[in-house]
Design a protein around this ligand. Structure first.
Ligand code: UD1
Length: 362
């Protein structure tokens, strides 16, 4: 069986690591196509080296652009690659513009497409990721769902027959890296200047257009983070840096200590060393949960509802509009003491993904 993986943005590289590890040691052929949606060293290359992923076989180098231009460039770039490779499966990951473009290119060439992390819904149609998820799920031939909640969303949309629940591949990678960090096999993470790893600190990230692109919203979020009573390691995505600079917002205010995005192992080590996480990232909400750190999510909704239901995640869309004492207490709260449930599976989702592709191949 020949599988062609389409990746391009940082969270997809983490998911790819689980799939690449599961293919390793089988007779299957795995072709990796990197669209180039993320191109900075710290947004892309360090994930390949750090997570032991084989180098991409094809790099499309599309780079940044508006949604139409970026999605269109990937679509045009990937079509001849799929035509030439003729894989048994095109495997697309998550919800980025690379996911949608890879899916469209494949279905139009009548090559079967499997969507990993299918069925997630925020029900927020302002999010570009929500369009990508819905359109990808309805076009793909097999829907690999991470959770029962995701499978239920697909069933409601009439897609139950194409759905297989395989668990969440991010658990495979997160647990593997956590174990290496806890065993002392990973060097101390490069935290932003001013963060003392021996004292309590929070890990924060902010990158969603809804949070970064409106100067009033961004200023409110930065002020709320700067006002927290413990130092905040802000791992700044390039979009955040660009918008902050554009709007004259200083990320070096109060409790805030901005630094670069971290390679995956460093991120896991940084979260394990922290008191908690404040983020608008989907992946980091779940990583905080898997690593046993409370998360505060800077959004009105989340796709990862299980983290909220289990008491590990609290949604606060506009902390600057909340009571400051409540906000400070919420962001620095202790972790719940109840045993953590395992809604995302136990770390075998990569193997279950390959098994599902094998079972439905040919
Ligand atoms: C994309 C995904 C989002 C995912 C995120 C992870 C879509 C619609 N969104 O958002 O779901 O959570 O990746 O990080 O696909 N930039 C750089 N260097 C890079 C990458 C980006 O400077 O290596 C800057 C560029 O100015 C670019 C902006 O960041 O315009 C946004 O990048 P883009 O990939 O379009 O979207 P993300 O916000 O990263």
């Amino acid at each position: 069986m020949k599988v062609l993986s389409v990746v391009g943005a940082r969270p997809q590289l983490v998911k790819l690591a689980a799939v690449a590890a599961a293919v390793d040691g089988t007779a299957h052929e795995h072709v990796i196509v990197h669209t180039g949606q993320h191109y900075d060293l710290r947004m892309s290359d360090v994930f390949f080296t750090g997570l032991g992923i084989p180098d991409p076989d094809v790099h499309l180098g599309v780079g940044s652009g508006n949604h139409g231009a970026q999605t269109g460039a990937i679509l045009a770039g990937i079509e001849p690659v799929i035509e030439e490779q003729r894989p048994d499966w095109v495997l697309v990951y998550g919800d980025t513009n690379s996911t949608l473009a890879g899916t469209l290119a494949a279905v139009k060439l009548h090559v079967p497409v499997a969507h990993l992390e299918a069925g997630l819904r925020s029900f927020n149609r302002r999010m570009p990721e929500e369009h990508n998820r819905v359109l990808t799920d309805h076009a793909a031939d097999m829907l690999l769902a991470p959770t029962e909640t995701a499978a239920a969303h697909l069933a409601r949309e009439g897609l139950a027959e194409r759905t297989v629940v395989v668990g969440d591949v991010m658990v495979d990678v997160c647990h593997r890296v956590r174990d290496a960090v806890l065993a002392g096999d990973h060097p101390a993470p490069e935290l932003p200047a001013g963060i003392d790893p021996a004292s309590p600190y929070l890990v924060a990230t902010l990158h969603r257009p809804d949070n970064t692109d409106d100067p009033e919203v961004l200023r409110g979020l930065v002020d709320a983070l700067a006002a927290l009573p413990v130092p905040v390691a802000l791992l700044a995505h390039p979009r955040l840096r660009a918008r902050a600079e554009q709007h004259g917002i200083d990320l070096r205010a109060g409790a805030l200590h901005p630094g670069e995005p971290l390679p995956y192992g460093d991120l896991v080590a940084a979260v394990l060393g922290s008191r908690g996480v404040v983020t608008d990232s989907g992946g980091l909400q779940k990583e905080a949960f898997l690593l046993g750190r409370p998360c505060t999510t800077l959004r009105t909704e989340t796709e990862w509802v299980e983290t909220v239901e289990a008491g590990w995640n609290v949604l606060v869309a506009r902390p600057d509009r909340e009571d400051p004492t409540w906000w400070a207490q919420t962001a620095t709260r202790e972790a719940p003491t109840d045993p953590r449930p395992t809604p995302y599976g136990t770390g075998d989702a990569g193997a279950r993904t390959i098994a599902a592709l094998e079972a439905h191949h040919g």
